[in-house]
Design a protein. Structure first.
Length: 273
């Protein structure tokens, strides 16, 4: 066999087998929390980053990748003309790469984090403690005086949390980094922003002068969470209380002698256009 035959064989194996198997591996770790939660809690709930539509998209991309690997790969092996082999191989590689890219941008967690977790805690593969699950027993839209609105029970942690890119997070934190008492508090805030469960009160913040004011804290949290987006609902008193309770659950200011209040955020939002 010539070197070109080896290269073409390697490309064919990669596009026909490796990519679909890789996507299946990724899909396993995406659906694993759903079924672990179903088994232990006996109810099916989606977690932050995965909903019904996104899961369906990922499954369809995997199936399409698998079918393309089977049928286009078969076409590559069945033809004798060199130009047809190269054409089919090009189509196979191109479509698999496109599906690979489409799959990755829809996944809720990085492959590097998955591999790292597997290597560090192989016994934890079939357990799941690092995702925030959406509430499934929500009441649908309600009507009050002819106006449809979202009831407070529908405001889950997932409505407050938004996935934040690391670079975006660092730029927000850089301005007020002296507010945090230690680096682990910053890391815990980053995890919380991306839906990873942390210990209650593990984000330690200090207020000791005007520079470290509560307003600075509010600006940081407003930049990182979906607070303003959910603040002015038709039942904002209940909704806003839920947002404040969520933040106070994980954030400890000084020695716990200070907490966040609704007025802290309201004053900021009144200044915004």
């Amino acid at each position: 066999m010539t070197i070109y035959t080896y290269i073409l064989s390697f490309i064919l194996i990669f596009a026909r087998i490796v990519v679909p198997v890789y996507l299946l591996f990724r899909l396993f770790f995406i659906v694993k929390p759903l079924f672990v939660n179903l088994y232990f809690e006996e109810k099916f709930r989606y977690y932050v980053g995965i909903n019904k539509s996104r899961l369906l998209i990922l499954v369809l991309i995997f199936l399409l990748s698998f079918l393309l690997g089977v049928f286009l790969g078969k076409e590559v092996l069945s033809v004798l003309e060199t130009y047809k082999i190269l054409l089919n191989l090009f189509l196979l590689v191109f479509t698999q790469f496109l599906l690979f890219y489409m799959f990755e941008i829809k996944t809720p967690s990085s492959i590097f984090k998955i591999v790292k977790d597997c290597l560090e805690n192989p016994s934890e593969i079939f357990k799941q403690r690092e995702v925030v699950f959406e509430e499934s027993d929500v009441i649908g839209s309600m009507n009050q005086n002819g106006v449809n609105f979202k009831d407070a029970i529908n405001l889950t942690n997932g409505d407050i949390i938004k996935q934040v890119h690391r670079r975006e997070f660092d730029l927000v934190i850089e301005k007020y980094i002296n507010i945090f008492r230690d680096s682990s508090s910053i890391e815990n805030l980053y995890k919380l922003c991306n839906g990873i469960e942390i210990k209650e009160g593990s984000i330690l913040i200090k207020i000791n002068n005007k520079r470290n004011s509560k307003q600075n804290i509010i600006e940081i949290l407003t930049s990182l969470f979906n607070i303003q987006k959910n603040w002015n609902s038709h039942i904002k008193d209940k909704t806003n209380t839920k947002i404040i309770d969520f933040l106070n659950k994980y954030i400890t200011i000084n020695e716990g002698d200070k907490i966040l209040h609704m007025n802290d955020f309201t004053r900021l939002f009144e200044k915004l256009p």
